[in-house]
Design a binder for this molecule. Sequence first.
Ligand code: THU
Length: 131
Amino acid sequence: MKIQSLIQQSFEAKKFSYSPYSKFAVGAALLCQDGTVVTGCNVENAAYAPAICAERCAYTKAISMGQKEFKAIAISSNLDDFIAPCGVCRQTMVEFSEDIDVYMTKPDGTYKMMKITELLPHSFRPSRLLQ
Ligand code: THU
């Protein structure tokens, strides 16, 4: 899978963003170990708290499809800067892999890649702690 294709799919997913409150559309494309790509977008709510980020939308879809191993995720927004995942999304990412590549893009398609362990050092993962 070429990373530009994954990024393009996150751009496509952004079009479905439901963000009438923040007007901040976000798309995500999650690459599974078997090559499947699962996309997501942010879904907001009048009560605010039920809102979900694009990354966790993609993860929730992927898990519900039986996927549990992930290689990379691309995130896109209309912000004229690299879009970084929030802390809740970082914790969701590290739950399933400490080795996932996170591609934070700009609208022009340029990106910055960081490992989840760089974005969330010393993460809380009881399964690892109990090993
Ligand atoms: N949001 C994402 O969907 N992904 C991020 O990486 C950062 C923030 C959205 C934007 C807005 O909808 C807010 O989070 C609501 O949770």
